[in-house]
Design a protein around this ligand. Structure first.
Ligand SMILES: [Zn+2]
Length: 140
């Protein structure tokens, strides 16, 4: 990964270059040719540094854009659900995550995936599943 300070280093270098250019612009005939040549050399050096730092910043920018793309696609995949037999399920299985069934009430009201709990014992007659979030019961 490129240096995270590439942009601020570039800004510092461009300030140096601008100051040198101002000195040259305000130069009078009192400044000798040798001094002007020295200032121009310093100016070119500062501008070369700016170029390098801009390339680093560009690389960093591309890497960050790529990372954002990957994260957006992971986020979109995470939200993909399918509706099957009255319940929502993840469209694609994900590591460490239950595939469902998820509460249709919670998902349609606030887009939240609440994993339904299977009811056992004598409460089973009130429904096969219960939602721990909204407490709605599903199935018979
Ligand atoms: Zn619910």
């Amino acid at each position: 990964m490129p240096d995270l300070g590439a942009i601020s280093a570039g800004i510092t270098s461009i300030k140096v270059a601008i100051d040198l250019a101002k000195e040259l612009k305000g130069a009078t005939s009192a400044i000798k040719d040798a001094e002007i040549k020295l200032k121009i050399a310093e100016l070119l050096e500062a501008m070369s540094e700016v170029k390098i730092q801009l390339v680093e910043a560009q690389d960093e920018n591309l890497e960050l854009k790529q990372k954002i793309k990957e994260l957006q696609s992971a986020l979109a995949r995470q939200d993909e659900v399918v509706f099957r037999d009255g319940y929502y399920y993840l469209a694609e299985p994900q590591d460490g995550k239950a595939e469902g069934p998820f509460c249709s009430n919670c998902y349609s009201s606030n887009n939240h995936l609440s994993l339904l709990t299977e009811v056992t014992g004598r409460f089973r007659k009130f429904g096969k599943y219960t939602c721990p979030a909204c407490e709605q019961r599903f199935g018979q």
